[in-house]
Design a protein around this ligand. Sequence first.
Ligand SMILES: CC(C)(COP(=O)(O)OP(=O)(O)OC[C@H]1O[C@@H](n2cnc3c(N)ncnc32)[C@H](O)[C@@H]1OP(=O)(O)O)[C@@H](O)C(=O)NCCC(=O)NCCS
Length: 210
Amino acid sequence: MSALWDDPAQHPGWPATLAHGEVELHPLRRSDADAWSRLRRENEAWLAPWEPTAQADWAARHTPQVYRAMRRAADRRARLGSSLPFAVRHRGRLVGQVTVDNVVRGALRSAHLGYWIDRGAAGQGVASLAVALVCDHAFGPVGLHRLQADVRPENGPSRRLVQRLGFREEGLFRGYLDIDGDWRDHVGHALLSTDLPGSVLARWRQSAPS
Ligand SMILES: CC(C)(COP(=O)(O)OP(=O)(O)OC[C@H]1O[C@@H](n2cnc3c(N)ncnc32)[C@H](O)[C@@H]1OP(=O)(O)O)[C@@H](O)C(=O)NCCC(=O)NCCS
């Protein structure tokens, strides 16, 4: 077991395609450059409060060229085993991303989760389904033990998403990340591979509003 994880060139569980119902996740595609650029530009007001601080304006950071460079960098990190960068499709349409980042192996076997979804696709359980599929994959074929999601206290939808999937709140990190122009507090949430009696997908199914 440890022989695999001691080798940084090994990345069990990548590349992967995950699917359930109308939601599919796959590695970032070159052909999504225009769709990604359009989606991100349309969603500026929705996404900007939760995004890292940057010098360039939103439009300049979301061109098809930027997507191509971001995708190449994400691919490199994925090949090295430090990241799993997924695109999310709903009914075939690109609607967001879920990224497992900062993968650390050895005795820790932990990573951080990041996610966003198109405002038009929010409020339907698509994002939490996508994150649930990624969690099961990360705890299964990828072999991780702990997934951490750091969420600004004022980000209600994101806090509800992680709680819905069984993540537990672990504490407040003061001035933790440089987001939207300042150092912002974040609430740390984590899910361990041993926390739930069944899969994260099963937990998502139970959480669906009746
Ligand atoms: C965070 C974010 C991904 C959450 O998206 P979301 O669509 O609200 O999340 P979910 O997929 O869990 O959907 C939950 C909502 O769908 C509803 N829903 C409908 N059908 C559902 C189903 N089958 N299963 C679960 N929820 C369902 C729920 O009632 C819930 O509504 P509520 O939040 O008003 O209670 C989204 O708000 C976003 O992209 N925000 C901007 C970027 C961001 O904040 N990223 C995270 C930074 S930490």
